[in-house]
Design a protein around this ligand. Structure first.
Ligand code: UDP
Length: 468
């Protein structure tokens, strides 16, 4: 039976409008656009609000209507590297324009059912409340990492953030097993600055008062955390992922995907290539680049490495790469600026994925049964990587940053050793569970139906309501 919602439009379909507002970063825009397509396949009409900063290209989605929210950010905001400041400013600056835009939409449409906004766009909660529209939150990462964010205020009170001595970084967090102190969100910068704490609190509190919570994940993976989730968030929760199994993320890529990576993979032996990508936001310094480069070179495995322009501090692209390494690349590797990642991961030549542990990358890897090597820098990444290695046992975590010996050894383990084979078997088993979950009576499909029913149950907001 065909379980693709794009083909099986729900019997309960009504022409109700859902207004979506993504957080403007690649790892958040893609799942929101995928969700828009999923909801449209359930019969809903979709309007998308978007900022100028990292705007999606509306011409790629004639099926949706787009509304620009002026974000008031300076042109060079992205290059400043102050992520917390950017999140805070986006939320503050967007309140007025979002209220104005929604007001207009409500005065011209009588079919608005609700808003679905990213958990990081927490300021939309007060706008939705003011205008009397239900807000459903989309959290684009794992349940396990969201719970870690929700626990930050308590962990702060218990003193985890004071005196973060190197000797304590490996200690277990007794309240959140199997996390270690170094995995707690926000602890990587050693002191949780006020603005970070404000963001975490606002995201968590804004979600608690929302009308529902959607995760791009699936039940088999997160089962151990669901009871805890219900305790923290007493609102209807929907695990309907992995979204990209319904609709690919390729169309929402903000950067051009270089297809030469696929032709290069076509020339490689099955399961021989380690694919390396650190996502859309991570940056490295020159020292890190050297460790990654020599770790890859010494592993003796073919590799495909995504190096985003501007991701190496002080370099436009590959200028700081050692020349001897670029010789190795010409024989055994391929470097591109941005790849069609889902296609890369499903390519038979790929045998392992070294990821920064962004949630979309982790899910895409799981769905293709590819074993992972996990690094992590900030936000949800340390928690995701801890779960990949210690709980789901789908990869190896690089525990001590980027060190060439550890990198070389992890690549060999994943690609050549028994450990890699065992991980591959577990990953393939999970891949089968995902397929079951997406079937008509599977958990993700049922959860999607429940979400669709909840949205349909909301009273229409808009002109007809105002005139009652
Ligand atoms: N991605 C891509 N090409 C690349 C690297 C990444 O299309 O060369 C996509 C990847 O498939 C994923 C997203 O970018 O959907 C990255 O999201 P993730 O949550 O993994 O990390 P973030 O970029 O948010 O740190």
């Amino acid at each position: 039976m065909d379980n693709n919602p794009s083909k099986a439009i729900s019997q309960h379909a009504r022409t109700r409008r859902v207004i979506l507002f993504p957080f403007p970063f690649q790892g958040h825009i893609s799942p929101m656009i995928q969700l828009a397509n999923i909801l449209r396949s359930k019969g809903f009409t979709i309007s998308i609000l978007h900022t100028q900063f990292n705007s999606p290209d509306p011409s790629r989605y004639p099926q949706f209507t787009f509304h620009l929210i002026p974000d008031g950010l300076p042109e060079d905001q992205a290059s400043k590297g102050d992520l917390a400041g950017l999140i805070d400013r986006l939320n503050t600056n967007c309140v007025g324009p979002t209220r104005e835009c929604l007001g207009k939409l409500l005065s011209t449409h009588d079919d608005v059912a609700c808003m679905v906004t990213d958990a990081m766009m927490y300021s939309s909660q007060s706008v939705a409340e003011d205008l009397g529209i239900p807000r459903i939150v989309l959290r684009t990462s794992s349940v396990c990492s969201f719970l870690a964010f929700a626990s930050v205020p308590v962990l702060l009170e218990k003193g985890y953030f004071s005196d973060i001595l190197d000797s304590r970084r490996e200690d277990p967090v007794l309240e959140l097993p199997p996390l270690r102190v170094k995995d707690i969100p926000g602890i990587q910068t050693r002191n949780l600055i006020d603005v970070e704490l404000k963001i975490i609190r606002s995201m968590v509190e804004g979600t608690k008062t929302a009308s529902g919570l959607i995760f791009n994940t699936f039940q088999d993976l997160e089962e151990p955390n669901l009871a805890n989730l219900k305790e923290h968030f007493r609102i209807p929760t929907f695990l309907i992922g992995p979204f990209h199994k319904f609709f690919s993320a390729a169309s929402s890529s903000l950067l051009t995907q270089d297809r030469s990576s696929i032709s290069w993979l076509d020339t490689q032996k099955p399961s021989s290539v380690i694919y390396v990508s650190f996502g859309s936001a991570a940056k490295m310094d020159e020292k890190d680049v050297r460790e990654v480069a020599w770790g890859l070179a010494h592993s003796m495995q073919p590799f495909l490495w995504v190096v985003r322009p501007g991701s190496v501090q002080g370099s436009a692209w590959l200028e700081s790469f050692p020349n001897e390494f670029l010789e190795v690349v010409s024989k055994r590797g391929c470097i591109v600026k941005w790849a069609p990642q889902q296609e890369v991961l499903s390519h038979p030549a790929v045998g392992g994925f070294w990821t920064h542990s962004g949630w979309n990358s982790v899910l895409e890897s799981i769905c293709e049964g590819v074993p992972m090597i996990c690094s992590s820098l900030f936000a949800d990444q340390p928690v995701n990587s801890r779960y990949v290695s210690d709980v789901w046992q789908l990869g190896i975590k690089l525990e001590y940053g980027l060190k060439r010996e550890e990198i070389e050894s992890a690549i060999r383990k994943i690609m050549l050793d028994r450990q890699g084979q065992e991980i591959r078997e577990r990953a393939l088993h999970l891949k089968e569970k995902i397929d079951v979950s997406l079937k008509t009576d599977g958990f993700s499909s049922q959860s999607l139906n429940a979400l669709s029913d909840l949205i349909s149950s909301f009273k229409s907001s808009g002109v007809s309501v105002g005139s009652e």
